[in-house]
Design a protein around this ligand. Structure first.
Ligand code: AMP
Length: 297
């Protein structure tokens, strides 16, 4: 089993073609749904009493919700705008709301999870939650500019406590204060994580382990609708695939990155979580085969 902890949100997403208000989002939402195509996944997250039932039902369809808490107050909200190219996003507002005071607990049935993903979330909450698991084989975390700017030391502490970090290129540079991605990865490894995966949006990703560098391309798409959650879907697929194989071998970690690229490509094809909700195991395997063909020479 896999446990995913992180934000569940109501997002306002402003793209050049459409503005979506209070749509289902959150790092743990995308990561958890993406992972659920590979393995049974439990979600630990908090929402407020304003969280719509239809979104709760969607989460329940894909995820075990024993760790999902509805607290009095407002759900975490994120507001972001994309430019014409859809490759740059500006954060307009981050409202922590119930996330700010959440005291997460790991349900007893999740404590034996060997795979744990700490999705983008308060790094202090992430670091204290991971201590509650009995038998972790592989843990991974992500972070975002908001936490790097407000709690950089806590982000570094969180990195000490996990096996792998998945982070986008701009955030890796901001966090490590380096410009070169190899230097960024080496610095994060010196803080304690063994594997570093730097995502480069439409340009794919770089996996680092010891002195190994494994670059991978993104699945090429002509039409991108909404990139929100692509990174979370990438990470969820990675750890979901590894949990399904119960493996942490380098060769499976490389394969998991390819599943990450493919799940990220589904996420960007529709607004909000619809890209993920519209896929299935068969479509995923077909796209993996297309990916294989694409990079073969
Ligand atoms: P991504 O596009 O992969 O970077 O992820 C976007 C998702 O992360 C959105 O659905 C947001 O709700 C969520 N998010 C944005 N900022 C934060 C934050 N500071 N903490 C936790 N989750 C966040």
């Amino acid at each position: 089993m896999l446990t995913v902890f992180g934000s569940t949100a109501l997002d306002t997403i402003r793209t050049p073609s459409k503005v979506l208000k209070d749509v289902l989002g959150g790092a743990a939402t995308f990561a958890g749904i993406s992972a659920s195509f590979f393995v049974d996944t439990g979600l630990i997250a908090v929402v407020g009493s304003d969280f719509p039932k239809k979104y709760h039902d969607i989460l329940g369809k894909y995820l075990d919700l024993q760790g999902f808490v509805i607290q009095k107050g407002k759900t975490f909200r994120y507001d972001g705008s994309y430019d014409q190219t859809l490759s740059t996003r500006t954060t307009n507002k981050t409202e922590l709301n119930v996330l700010g005071t959440f005291k997460p607990e790991v349900p007893d049935s999740y404590k034996k999870s060997e795979f744990v993903y700490l999705a983008n979330n308060d790094p202090d909450q992430n670091s204290s939650l991971i201590r509650e698991f009995d038998n972790i084989k592989f843990s991974m975390c992500d972070t975002i500019e908001f936490w790097i700017s407000t709690k950089r030391n806590s982000v570094i502490k969180m990195i000490k406590n996990v096996d792998a970090v998945v982070i986008n290129d701009e955030e890796a540079k901001l966090l490590t204060k380096e410009h070169n991605l190899i230097k960024c990865a080496k610095k994060m490894m010196s803080w304690g994580a063994k594997y570093i995966i730097i995502k480069k949006g439409e340009h794919g990703s770089l996996l680092f382990f010891d002195d190994v560098i494994f670059p991978s391309v993104a699945f090429s798409l002509e039409d991108i609708i909404d990139p929100t959650g692509a990174g979370d879907s990438f990470a969820g697929a990675m750890i979901g695939y590894l949990a399904s194989k119960k493996s942490t071998s380098l060769s499976d970690i490389k394969k998991s990155v390819i599943y990450g690229n493919v799940m990220g490509s589904f996420a960007v094809e529709r607004f909000g979580p619809d890209g993920l909700l519209n896929t299935n195991k068969k479509k995923i395997e077909t796209r993996i085969q297309q990916y294989q063909k694409m990079i073969d020479f």
